[in-house]
Every structure is written in structure tokens, then in C-alpha cells.
Design a binder for this molecule. Sequence first.
Ligand code: AP5
Length: 231
Amino acid sequence: MNGSEEQDPANVRPHPFNVVLVGLPGAGKGTQAAQFARRHRVPKISTGDILRDAVARGTPLGREVAATLEAGGLVPDDVIVRVVQERLEHPDTARGFVLDGFPRTVPQAAALDALLGGRAVVVIFLEISPDVILQRLVTRRTCESCGQADTGAHTSEYCASCGGGFVKRADDHIDVIRRRLDAYVENTQPLVDWYSRRPAFRTVDANQPLADVARAFDAAVLECLGPGEIP
Ligand code: AP5
């Protein structure tokens, strides 16, 4: 926090690598965030990964949120903001970060602005046709160790990033997927409308192949920041 709390984040030039990804469940946020993080050497902060890890380890946070994740609902704003605040205090965020899955409500976005104390973010909306989503999520396998989705079209039993085994995510079942989509319409679509009024907001077509989405993602961030900002 830099003490510039009085600036309006809507009008402040974003820090080079403070990036927020929003989009429907299955739009490719986690996949693109991981690749962006590797390309630009910033941490990927995924609230879904943090919560699933807490559930798997049986921590107090995990016990608090387990039923919500299982049902496909949203964890309360105050709980998730506390989680993100703690994560953003880690020194590895000094050069910036890419946020995957947070914020997903307008109050969470307002809390993020307050946490950043005037440092604005680039917001990338991964826009995808709902027809594509179901197919992606019912066939998705994720690494049980690092949480990364299998992008290799089921060609290997093991994660290319860490060597962990692939499993089906507990919330990737059709009834839970439908509830996650409902939660998006109710809570996150208004957030997209809210962010879309900011100058550093861009929409990327997420129906394209992975590499094309990644190229469009980088180009959109660059466009928001201006030439020469991304090494
Ligand atoms: P979270 O983990 O954030 O889940 P989500 O938003 O539902 O998003 P997903 O992880 O399912 O999808 P994704 O967009 O990352 O897609 P992916 O890259 O994997 O949250 C889980 C739960 O935690 C929530 O339901 C909620 O309970 C709780 N939670 C988390 N954050 C919260 C918050 N801020 N507030 C309250 N509660 C919160 O891609 C999907 C599949 O498609 C993969 O198999 C991938 O390989 C494939 N794919 C991706 N891109 C392409 C492409 N271009 N072409 C072909 N295949 C592709």
C-alpha cells in the first residue's frame, strides 16, 4: 500500500503487472493466468486453488468453505477478501500479479481497490460462448498436486508442470457446474459491467485455441499499459 488512497482507481494508470482475469467458469482463466505468470514472472493468485488446497488440508478456512465449494456457491466476501489480503502481502507480489477468480463480486472489487491503495489493475474479460463451457468442464482433468488443468488433450496421465496425477475436480459435475454458472450470472456479470467502464478494461475472445487467446491476452494488457511496458 503506497498511501495514495485518495486516488480514484478508475483513473489511475495501472501498475505494469497487476492483472485481473474475469470470465465464466471454464473460460480459461486458470490456464491463461498460469501461462501469463510464467511469461512475465509474476505470481498467479487463484482463489479457487487456495480454497481447494485449504479444503484438502483440512485447515480452519477449508472447513469453513468446504460445503460452499461442494455446492457451487460463492464464499462470503469478507472471507475471500481476507484470504486475498494475506496473499497480496507476500513479497513475491512486488512486481505485480495475475489474479484468477478474484474479484467476482462488486464488493470484492471495491475491496481490492482499497487493498491496492490507488494502484489500478488491468482487467481482462475472457468472453466465451456458454455452449463451449459445459464441454470443457465435464471433460476437464486437473493436477491433484498443483491444480493446473490438463491442456494436453488427455495425452498424458501426469501434469507437465509438476508431474502430479490428474483427477476430476469435485465441482466439475453437471449439477454443480449449473449452480456455478448461476452464481456467475447473479454476482459476476454485474462485476463485468462495473469494470467495463474503466479505461484499463479489455475483452478477449476465449473461444479461440489456447495460443491465440494467450496472444490476444498479452496484446490487450500491452494496449492498456502502452508500448514498452512488458519485457
Ligand atoms: P474457481 O477455481 O475460480 O473456479 P471457476 O471460476 O468456476 O473457474 P474454473 O477454474 O472452473 O475455470 P477456468 O476459467 O479457470 O478455466 P480453466 O483454465 O480451468 O472457483 C472454484 C470455487 O471456489 C467457486 O465455485 C467458489 O465456490 C469459490 N471461489 C473462488 N473464488 C471465489 C471468490 N472470489 N469469491 C467467492 N467464492 C470464490 O479451463 C477449463 C478447461 O478448458 C480446462 O480443461 C482447459 O484445459 C480447457 N481450456 C481452457 N482454454 C481453452 C481453449 N482456449 N481451448 C480449448 N480448451 C481450453
